[in-house]
Write a protein that binds this ligand. Sequence first.
Ligand code: GAR
Length: 197
Amino acid sequence: MTARLVVLLSGNGSNLQAILDACADGTLPARVAAVFSNKPEAFGLERARRAGVQAVAFPKQEGESRQEYDRRLAEAVAAYAPDYVILAGWMRLLTMAFLGRFPQRVINLHPALPGAFPGTHAIERAYAAWQRGEIDRSGVMVHLVPDEGVDAGPVLGMEQIRFRPGETLEAFEARVHAVEHRLLVATIQTLLFSGET
Ligand code: GAR
């Protein structure tokens, strides 16, 4: 069976690209039904169009509350009947108005280890903590999003990344992204093959 994925993102979409490539080469028995972005200018939407996938710009409307936005987003996403909703660089908090529509079906990617550096700029903050001698590794995790906790929830996959002596932020960041692309696809693959769709 081919699973249906909806991807939510806010920026570059390199992780979306990893998913699209994995669907195209058969690594994932899935197809991306639609890509949504709260940022109409996100390059991830362009990646979707290039792959022939429905790209939906979904900015917040003026005067709209967070709950109202989330309800409207949930309605629009539900129209694509996703087996899983993947947050791949989605940089906006989701309330239960959205999450309650897709229990056990929303998956988030975060560029740090469980419990570490929730929120934005996790890679930069981990690098700074290493430079201060506070940590010797960071990592990447993929987890379920059960509630409104930020970058928190049951862990589905994680990988540690040790800092290398003298490495630059750019070099570290590139390694984090390479791990993300691999781990996100592998975790979705495990979910799909565990027959839960
Ligand atoms: C990724 O590093 C992802 O882990 C991070 O945003 C980036 C998106 O990159 N997400 C978070 O920080 C969530 N708190 P991409 O647009 O190239 O896929």
